[in-house]
Structures are given as structure tokens and as C-alpha cells.
Design a protein around this ligand. Structure first.
Ligand code: KG4
Ligand code: ZN
Length: 346
């Protein structure tokens, strides 16, 4: 089954064709990050306008590239015709979470394609879809039950995954997400946006224990997170004589310690057979390394290029959670709580 996945929840315009949830036929991405770099954060209106500009060329390219990987390719068949003929469904991020202006662009285009091509339309929940990036690598795939940590700009959640479509929230951030904390600290230190990669870069080769920082909620006994207090602690230290690199490295270590500790604790409690790490912050090498080193059960982490937003994990999620809806019943829903209930597999 070939599914076109469309992702426009934030500043990336992404489209991908995935076969049977695991084989990537194409993965195309345009980003408005250069505009947001100037302001040190995302301006929703600019992100939405750039989505409108990019969406058709990005989908067109994703279809064209996918066609070339198959035996159905003919240079006389335009990519739109190929899509109409050889795709089985269209999937799109409807929310959970996302910026409304950006989401609307992908959702309305996906609805139009579903209508004119007469194909099933599968609404995808962004934060759940992130974890399907691990199904886009070579097998083996995670055994269930699995503990999933999704860490991104829009979410920091721990989930118990008993199977495809069978998710239970077990913890979440009470304030900022881990990605937001990286972005805000980076801005404070005068580093570029997005903050995660910038912090990781200057933290390299610098000791992470030179500044003592709190590990919020580490011993709270539940699976929730909190990063706003850590942010305040870092801002206080930033006024001292410590170097930017030392601050970045100690901050990164504090975040990684808390994320890894709570993930391992939850895996033990729920007798998980595997751990999945997903979301933009999963690109962080220190986090990947520490989780792998400290876990006694197999850890699955997507390749770095599939950690941040893309259309491929949307298509893969759609394959494993096939829950098509009539196009006129699907709408953009920026609500962060949209996750399990409404669009769960039926
Ligand atoms: O998943 P994503 O692309 O978008 C959302 O769904 O939010 O994640 C973006 C977030 C940003 O906050 C960015 O700073 C963070 O992921 N990020 C990283 C790294 N790469 C991206 N954080 C830490 N280390 C990285 N290498
Ligand atoms: Zn994301």
C-alpha cells in the first residue's frame, strides 16, 4: 500500500510517499526556518504564508521522486497523474499539536486531493506520528509493550504503547517542552534558531559537570516533566563568569539526565520490552548515547534526518493506524490534547 504523507504543522512543508509503512519512496521538505532565525522564534503568520508558497511544489516533487522508484514510472506520466493512479491513500497532520494557519494549508490540500482522486483520507496526530520514524529504518522493529518518549518543540510526553493504535499517556511536561527549553536557552545565549542543534554544537567537547543545575521532578515519583525552573536556574548562571559552552553543556546534561531517568523508570514499572525515542530533540547525540548506554532493554531511535518533522512518519503512522475519514469530516485541530480519543484507530 502506497500512502502520501503531508506534514505542515509548523515551519516545515513536507511530503513523502511510503510503501507499507516502512519503505520510503520519497521524502521532500521545504522549511521557512531562515525567516525565523532572524527573529529567534517562529512567527506563525510567516510560517503559514510560506506553507502556502511551498505546498504544491513539495507534493509535486514527492510524487515525481516516488514514481521513479517504482516499475510504474513513465516519463510521459505527470506526477499528479501517477499519484492519482498508483497511490492508495492520502494522510495529513491534522493537529496534536500545530499552528492553525500552517495546519490548515496541509489539511485543505489533502482534503482536495482525497476528493479529486477519490482516495481514503487519513487524519494523523502529529505527536503519535513522530514515533513511526523508527519503522522507516531497517528491521527489527520495537517489541510491545514499548515505552515511548516523544521530545520535541511541541511536546514532551511519555507513552505506553501496547500495539499500533493502542497508546496510553503516562506522563507529560507540566510547563515548557524540552525543545522549547533548548530554543529559549539558545536564544538567551545568543545562539541561532532552532536552539537544540546550536546548543549541542557548542556543548561538544566541553565538560558537562562544571555548573550545578537542578534536575526538576527527578524524584517526583510520577512520569511528568518540568523545564521552566531549569530555564530560570540557567538564566541566573548565565549572568556569572561561566562560558557559553559550559552553560550549554551543563544545561544539556540536566535535560538528558531527567529524560533518561524517567524513561527508564517507566520502562521498569510497565515491564516494557523496548524503548522508543522520537521527536526533534531525539536528534541530540548526548540523549541518544545516554539512553542507549543506560537501558537494559532494546532502544529504538530514528536516524537523525527523520527525527525532526517530515511527511514520512505521517504516512507510516497512517499505514499502521489506518483510520480513514470522509474528507468533509476532517479539519485542522491545533489543540495539543488531540491525541488518542478522537482519531484513534476504530
Ligand atoms: O519535531 P520537531 O521538528 O518539531 C516539533 O514537532 O516541535 O522538533 C523541533 C525541536 C526544536 O525545539 C529543536 O530545537 C529541537 O527539536 N531539536 C534538538 C536537536 N535538533 C532539533 N534539540 C536538541 N538537540 C538537537 N540536536
Ligand atoms: Zn514534530
Amino acid at each position: 500500500m502506497r500512502i502520501l504523507g503531508i506534514e505542515t504543522s509548523c515551519d516545515e512543508t513536507a511530503a513523502s510517499v511510503v510503501e507499507d509503512g516502512t519503505r520510503l519512496l520519497s521524502n521532500v521538505l521545504a522549511s521557512s526556518v531562515s525567516f525565523h532565525r532572524e527573529t529567534g522564534g517562529i512567527i506563525p503568520e510567516i510560517a503559514a504564508r510560506e506553507q502556502v508558497r511551498a505546498i504544491i511544489p513539495v507534493i509535486n516533487e514527492a510524487l515525481g521522486e516516488a514514481a521513479k522508484t517504482t516499475s510504474t514510472y513513465s516519463k510521459n506520466t505527470p506526477s499528479w497523474e501517477w499519484g492519482k493512479k498508483y497511490l492508495d491513500a492520502v494522510a495529513v497532520t491534522v493537529g496534536g499539536p500545530g499552528l492553525i494557519g500552517s495546519l490548515l494549508v496541509g489539511v485543505e490540500v489533502a482534503k482536495t486531493l482525497s476528493w479529486v482522486w477519490n482516495k481514503p483520507l487519513i487524519p494523523s496526530v502529529h505527536m503519535l506520528a513522530h514515533l513511526y520514524a523508527v519503522w522507516l529504518s531497517e528491521p527489527p522493529y520495537p517489541h510491545f509493550p514499548s515505552i515511548v518518549l516523544t521530545v520535541s518543540g511541541g511536546h514532551t510526553d511519555l507513552l505506553l504503547m501496547r500495539g499500533h493504535g493502542d497508546f496510553e499517556f503516562i506522563g507529560s511536561t507540566r510547563d515548557d517542552t524540552a525543545g522549547e527549553a533548548f530554543d529559549k536557552i539558545a536564544r538567551y545565549l545568543g545562539l541561532s534558531f532552532p536552539g537544540g542543534p546550536a546548543i549541542e554544537k557548542i556543548a561538544q567537547n566541553v565538560k558537562s559537570d562544571t555548573i550545578s543545575l537542578p534536575r526538576p521532578l527527578m524524584t517526583s515519583g510520577d512520569f511528568d516533566f518540568s523545564f521552566s525552573g531549569l530555564k530560570t536556574a540557567v538564566l541566573k548562571v548565565a549572568k556569572s563568569s561561566k562560558s557559553k559552552a559550559e552553560i550549554a553543556s551543563s544545561f544539556q546534561k540536566a535535560v538528558v539526565d531527567v529524560l533518561v531517568h524517567k524513561t527508564l523508570l517507566s520502562a521498569k514499572k510497565f515491564k516494557a520490552k523496548s524503548i522508543v525515542l522520537a521527536g526533534g530533540v531525539a536528534a541530540n547525540q548526548a540523549l541518544r548515547k545516554q539512553l542507549r548506554e543506560m537501558s537494559k532493554i532494546p532502544v529504538f531511535i530514528p536516524p537523525i534526518n527523520l527525527c525532526t518533522d517530515n511527511g514520512a512518519f505521517i504516512a507510516s503512522y497512517a499505514f499502521f493506524n489506518f483510520n480513514s475519514r470522509p474528507w468533509n469530516k476532517v479539519k485542522a485541530e491545533p489543540d495539543t490534547s488531540l491525541a488518542i480519543g478522537k482519531y484513534a484507530k476504530s
